[in-house]
Design a protein around this ligand. Structure first.
Ligand code: NAD
Length: 257
């Protein structure tokens, strides 16, 4: 097998949460272009990603990931539609911006539930499914990729629950990798920098914050969903079988400053 063949996702099946917009669309597009089939999960009834990628390659299920209730349905739907699961991308995420002095319990709980609690228990359920599937000598048994953030490394401003959740993503990525690497499961994360998606709409609309952020990005521009596609395919493929528990920044150089 040549090195480029190791990047192919032909025959693989992925679940991508938060697939209707932004980075989730980027993950879905990357995997379909690399040969995989994708079950998207989103709390919105949007058909945009399916229209972009085609119903033979991309199916979706509407589910609210602020509770653990949909986990079994998501897994069973993927098995019914595509017969197996090889890749999970924990991309769904929410952010709440309020002054930390007045930060509400509701904004704490929602963000922690979607970005951290469901992420962990969905990963646990998918890892159990990976372990049920037949292992092939020398091949990965499954890949879990979570979306972290610059706020896995930094404090941020007015976003305490988001920072807590994304710091937790980096930490539990290592915990899961420590326990499941021996089972042939790779658990890693991607920490996007400042990307032009709904998540950063308010920041980009604030002229002063937007200018301050852009000035600090060595690449001199906001990232786009296309920018995460290469790292996504790498972490989902056999090319990364000895990469465990690491959070890779795709940030235009932000963390180096
Ligand atoms: P986005 O707001 O466009 O996407 C968020 C996605 O999460 C949406 O598809 C939405 O449907 C889904 N989602 C939110 N709440 C949900 C719920 N209760 N149930 C199911 N799905 C839900 O923004 P994005 O930038 O594409 O965000 C994707 C991920 O990237 C998030 O985890 C976000 O925190 C992370 N991230 C974004 C940036 C950035 O600069 N845009 C930087 C670092 C990390």
């Amino acid at each position: 097998m040549s090195i480029l063949d190791k990047f192919s996702l032909t025959g693989k099946v992925a679940i991508v949460t938060g697939s209707d917009t932004g980075l989730g669309q980027g993950f879905s597009k990357a995997f379909v272009e690399a040969g995989a089939k994708v079950l998207g999960v989103s709390n919105m009834p949007s058909t945009a990603t399916q229209e972009m990628l085609g119903a033979d390659k991309f199916q979706f299920i509407q589910a609210d990931l602020s509770t653990l209730d949909p986990i079994d349905t998501v897994i069973n739907t993927c098995l019914e539609k595509f017969g197996r699961i090889d890749i999970l991308v924990n991309n769904a995420g929410v952010i709440k911006r309020e002054d930390t002095i007045d930060f509400s319990v509701a904004s704490w709980d929602l963000v922690m539930n979607v970005n951290c609690r469901t992420l962990f228990f969905l990963s646990q359920a998918v890892a159990k499914q990976f372990m049920k599937q037949e292992a092939v000598e020398g091949k990965s048994r499954g890949k879990i990729i979570s979306v972290a953030s610059m706020l896995s490394y930094q404090g941020g401003i007015r976003v305490p629950s988001y920072t807590a959740s994304k710091s937790a993503v980096k930490g539990i990525t290592m915990t899961m990798a420590n326990e499941w690497a021996k089972d042939g499961i790779n658990v890693n994360a991607i920490a996007p920098g400042y990307m032009a998606t709904n998540n950063t709409k308010a920041l980009r609309a604030d002229a002063d914050r937007s200018e301050a952020i852009l000035d600090r990005i060595p690449a001199g521009r906001w990232g786009t969903p296309d920018d995460i596609m290469g790292t996504a395919v790498f972490l989902a493929s056999e090319a990364s079988n000895y990469v465990n528990g690491f959070t890779i920044a795709v940030d235009g150089g932000w963390l180096g400053r």
